[in-house]
Design a protein around this ligand. Structure first.
Ligand code: ZN
Ligand code: ZN
Length: 333
């Protein structure tokens, strides 16, 4: 716990840290072990590029009408949200590879379902952390140029990155800090994860999710996170939610990944923690994200939504409230 002045997730060395036990991602030795294990394993073949189910996006140009709210899954953690007349995008990633150089690193298995040039005028960009599958420098530069009016909400320390790439309007938030941007109330939410972009910068910038609210609707973009005991607190402070965008993929092998990403069972447990705080509220729609787009980890690419659906049914939830979107699919919420 903190000393009462410094929050527990602010380390004494200027780096951020997770305030829960067993939250430090493994070091180089374990990365090596994973690499060697992977080499020995019979690899589940990836689906062919572009072979997964798609839908025609149905967002509105240039803006939606008051009182209507939709979400469009562009792929991975990139979601275009139209909340009344506001256009919001989360973790805009449009590059071919989620890596500093385009000739190595995890390759895309599905193209972005919306072309970066086809986006409506963006008002708010929500950025969760510095990992390459969430923070895409070429996309940031292009959006900064083509959507100069957009305000970017980023966790502590990440403002300097996007500013250097041309973004002008930036709010940096700590966990539990809020800002009102163009009528949208946004709160940075805690997550059990880490950040790294290049050698030596591990945990120098914070990682987070976002709760947001406008038009009488509340959404929660969970970001990247392992399971932690604070989902109920997020719900109590910022809920009840109408839409929860929950990561379900990138979890195997568990011995390595359990400190950084929820598996589908934990994702549904986290959702359960959220709704437990508001038992009388209607069941939120849960959009399953962070799967199917880049091969990051060992589980079969189509396993996350199947396992999420099984866990969902086991909990007795209405099957229509779990949204396993096709790439590009738009749904009202
Ligand atoms: Zn991450
Ligand atoms: Zn990620």
């Amino acid at each position: 716990m903190g000393d009462g002045i410094t929050p527990a997730h602010h380390g004494p060395d200027g780096r951020f840290r997770n305030p829960w036990p067993d939250s430090e991602p493994r070091g180089f030795r374990d990365v090596l072990r994973w690499t060697l294990e992977r080499r020995k394993q019979e690899h589940v073949p990836s689906p062919a590029y572009g072979s997964q189910a798609t839908a025609l996006p149905a967002f509105v140009h240039p803006r939606g009408e008051a009182g209507t709210c939709t979400a469009t899954w562009v792929g991975h953690s990139t979601i275009l949200i139209q909340l009344g007349a506001l256009n919001i995008i989360t973790d805009p990633v449009f590059s071919e590879r989620a890596f500093p150089v385009q000739w190595m690193g995890p390759r895309r298995l599905m193209p972005p379902a919306v072309d970066i040039g086809a986006l409506p005028p963006l008002d708010v960009v929500l950025l969760s952390h510095s990992h390459y599958d969430h923070l895409d420098k070429p996309a940031v530069k292009r959006l900064a140029r083509e959507h100069p009016q957009a305000t970017w909400v980023v966790p502590l320390g990440l403002g300097a990155y996007v500013r250097a790439w041309g973004v002008r309007n930036i709010h940096e938030l700590d966990w539990w800090q809020s800002a009102t941007v163009k009528g949208l109330k946004v709160t940075g939410t805690l997550a059990r994860h880490f950040s790294a972009r290049r050698a030596g910068d591990r945990n120098r910038t914070l990682w987070c999710g976002y709760a947001f609210e406008a038009e009488g609707k509340r959404g929660y973009f969970v970001g990247d996170t392992a399971y932690h005991p604070e989902f109920g607190a997020v719900s109590a402070a910022c809920g009840p939610f109408d839409l929860v965008m929950m990561p379900v993929g990138a979890y195997d092998p568990r011995w390595f990944m359990h400190v950084v990403h929820v598996d589908p069972d934990e994702a549904v447990q986290a959702f359960t923690d959220l709704v437990a705080r508001h038992p009388k509220a209607p069941l939120p729609l849960m959009l399953a994200i962070h799967w199917g787009t880049f091969r990051l980890t060992d589980e079969p690419m189509d396993e996350p939504p199947r396992r999420a659906a099984t866990a969902w049914v086991q909990r007795g939830y209405d099957a229509s409230r779990l949204w396993v979107a096709r790439f590009g699919e738009t749904r009202a919420w």
